[in-house]
Design a protein around this ligand. Sequence first.
Ligand SMILES: NC(=O)c1ccc[n+]([C@@H]2O[C@H](COP(=O)([O-])OP(=O)(O)OC[C@H]3O[C@@H](n4cnc5c(N)ncnc54)[C@H](OP(=O)(O)O)[C@@H]3O)[C@@H](O)[C@H]2O)c1
Length: 347
Amino acid sequence: MAAPKNQAAFLKEAGTPLEVADAPVPTAGAGEIVVKNAAIAINPLDWHMQEHGVFIQQWPAVFGCDVAGEVFEVGPGVERFKKGDRVIGHTVNLVSGRPQDGAYALYTTVPANKAAILPSSISFTDGVVVPFAMEAAVCVLSVTEPGPCMPGVLTPALGLPLPSLEAVPSTDKTLVIYGGSSSVGSMTTQIATAAGINVIAISGAHNLELSKRCGATDAFDHKDSSLVEKVIAAVGTSQFVGVLDAVSIPETYTNSLAILAKLGGGHLACVHPPPPDMPENVKAGMIFAVNDIATPVWENFVTPALEAGKLQCLPRPTVVGKGLEFVNEGLKRSKEGISATKLVVEL
Ligand SMILES: NC(=O)c1ccc[n+]([C@@H]2O[C@H](COP(=O)([O-])OP(=O)(O)OC[C@H]3O[C@@H](n4cnc5c(N)ncnc54)[C@H](OP(=O)(O)O)[C@@H]3O)[C@@H](O)[C@H]2O)c1
């Protein structure tokens, strides 16, 4: 059999297009698998990395956070996977800086505790929408102590339960999710619902059904002039936990803080640094979506939940093209803005 050949989409300098070139085939270290990628997904983080060189630790850089494909190699100590298994995985170049940990390649190293078997009924293209958003959702919901995110910025710590495969009775706790149709918003809606948390989603008018499909009990149009009042009425007498602001721009911060002010304060989980001068009764933080708190979810929840339809591959993928050359197009489209979809490159 011919030796495998790897290629990766390299960023050589901030602000330039990625260049596809030969790369070494990664080797699986202890606790790792190497995945032969069939589909990779584009996240907004990636165009920030491309444009500004942020978070890049090693040049030329290979980044990207989501892969789906077949296990090519299993590292020492890994028992959950074998060669040939169909998997999805969350790649961790963001923290390691190593090029072999970036998704934008034909072969990528993935920590085994950030991967799960993809049921045979689900395509790689569908499955690849799950990994990064799922881990972000767990980081929104279940971190118990604020930890470091960026210099001077702590993570939120909502301390909510992990999702369960069983039918969980409602906890009477309500979380408002702003940006309910985004990848992070829709995945957090699903994971929170599977933990018994009520979700009220704020999404575009054309995406309210998507939020309901993810489990939201109510969904409101973010352009509604009575948005804040409607959300407050929907929370009613339930136990208000706070807001996930999965958009985190001045407009959404204003409304998120208005909701928190009317409901007596609570958590404000942001995807970017929170605004300064928080009211005393608001505990604000920025999520950092790489955290071993997600390990039990990867190991025990993702595969059976996908099999049972409890975890759905939402938002739906949009295929940008086939081949690493299409990553540049995906980055461009991500920067332009998308609605209720995840951009995917097939390989
Ligand atoms: N800190 C971290 O660890 C971390 C991790 C992951 C992501 N992020 C950040 O989180 C953000 C979301 O990422 P993503 O991948 O989920 O994004 P995404 O899917 O690309 O977000 C697109 C969605 O944003 C929604 N949106 C835009 N403006 C809105 C508004 N004013 N009100 C309500 N919804 C609005 C759109 O909703 P409609 O089309 O329905 O209007 C659209 O569906 C990005 O900025 C990303 O960089 C941070």
